[in-house]
Design a protein around this ligand. Structure first.
Ligand SMILES: [Cu+2]
Length: 410
């Protein structure tokens, strides 16, 4: 009798353990899979491989000045840069800015990046705003080699900077990320410094951040500049069209219209902007994941062939034109595996799986994944791999974990 009750109590302990530990392990697996989306700089090398940093101003909280060497940008010159998208959202714009110099007047061997000293400094040197999102972007976020590359060429003014940060922000501007149709929102970092005349726009709820340390050997110390007078060199050196001059309503600095920045980039070597579109409307497309350009793209303008902002120049242009996309390597290592020649034919939209039937409640990445579990196999192809991976893990739990527990307790 006593051996029976001891057997039953051991069974109970085993059951409780199974019931509590297995879901925890499964949840762990989900967390492992959701750290990726949405955007990071590729070249110059960023501080981390994170593409999911919403708080900002950078992808990590602290920089020790040594883990990622500062990449040299050329002052008074065009400098091509590239970035990668791990999860795509139609019409989501990108902005590039340059921080203060964190080495000058800094005795410490590290810098907390979300301090006002660094965080606010980006707002005084916005290099390029309203960079359109590539309508053809359809990355598989679990496969870093499939992440979608885009390139653009920035004008770097005559600045001296031992270690500044080139910051990318990517603004989620659709209704699923809290920006209702026909409305605009402002980047929180900008709103924070506009204390004299506060903006009336709501804060953009979901913005992703990535920072690359850069060094610039020009003549004017970055920390002596109140502003970089972006508008001047946008007009002259870069001839960037997407400024308030073209449309004061649509291209207001750091203010973003619902899915307002749509583009088409080339699929030959360089991934450069070739066409700029008008904002997406609900008549054209309502998917938060992919809008087929063949049915939803309305051209606003062609990019001129010799546009300075698509000129390939500098070390990052070699990455863009000659190297395949590779998983992040720490320490400032750039992708170095040459692309196959001849180039892979341009991707056609018809061969890809639609993701339009995924409904996303809010921005959180975990929601993407959780919904995709619930959505079964009808969701986009990149979610399928996740489902299979977790299924394999639950099978492992059942066939390995369960007998192990029974072996020890029964
Ligand atoms: Cu998202």
């Amino acid at each position: 009798m006593s051996s029976l009750s001891s057997f039953l109590s051991r069974m109970t302990v085993a059951k409780i353990l199974l019931l509590t530990i297995t879901p925890l392990l499964l949840q762990q697996q989900q967390i492992v899979y959701v750290v990726n989306g949405h955007v990071r700089i590729e070249c110059p090398p960023p501080l981390s491989g994170n593409t999911d940093e919403k708080v900002g101003p950078c992808d990590v909280l602290e920089d020790d000045f040594s883990s990622t060497p500062a990449f040299e940008l050329i002052p008074n010159s065009l400098n091509t840069i590239t970035w990668l998208e791990s999860i795509s959202h139609p019409g989501a714009p990108t902005r590039f800015a340059l921080s203060s110099d964190v080495i000058e007047n800094n005795d410490n061997s590290r810098m907390i990046l979300d301090s006002n000293i660094v965080g606010n400094s980006f707002e005084s040197c916005i290099l390029l705003d309203h960079v359109p999102h590539d309508a053809y972007s359809q990355p598989n976020y679990r496969n870093e080699s499939s992440w979608h590359r885009s390139s653009i060429t920035l004008w770097i003014p005559d600045i001296k900077c031992e270690r500044c940060y080139l910051q990318l922000i990517s603004v989620m501007s659709d209704v699923q990320h809290g920006v209702p149709s026909n409305t605009k929102c402002i980047y929180e970092g900008t709103a924070k410094v506009q204390t004299a005349t506060p903006s009336t726009y709501p804060i953009c709820p979901a913005v992703y951040h990535s920072c690359s340390p850069v060094t610039i050997n020009g003549t004017i110390p970055r920390n002596s500049l109140e502003t970089c007078h972006t508008m001047n060199f946008n007009d002259d050196e870069l001839q960037w069209p997407l400024t308030p001059k073209l449309n004061a309503d649509l291209y207001e600095p750091s203010v973003y219209y619902n899915r307002g920045d749509v583009g088409i980039y080339s699929y030959d070597g360089a991934h450069t902007l070739t066409q700029i579109g008008t904002p997406l409307t609900n008549d054209q497309c309502t998917s938060p994941n992919y809008c087929d350009p063949q049915t939803s793209f309305v051209k606003l303008m062609d990019v001129p062939q010799n546009a300075p902002y698509t000129t390939m120049i500098g070390e990052c242009s070699i990455v863009a034109t000659e190297m395949i996309v590779e998983p992040y390597k720490p320490g400032g290592i750039l992708p170095s595996t040459p692309k196959q020649i001849p180039m892979i034919a341009p991707k056609t939209v018809t061969t890809t799986t639609t993701t339009s039937n995924i409904s996303i409640g809010d921005d959180d990445d975990r929601d993407h994944i959780k919904k995709s579990f619930g959505d079964s196999l009808s969701s986009g192809s990149h979610h399928l791999t996740t489902i299979w991976a977790v299924d394999a893990f639950s099978a492992l739990s059942v066939f390995v974990f369960l007998p192990t527990v029974f072996f020890f307790f029964c």
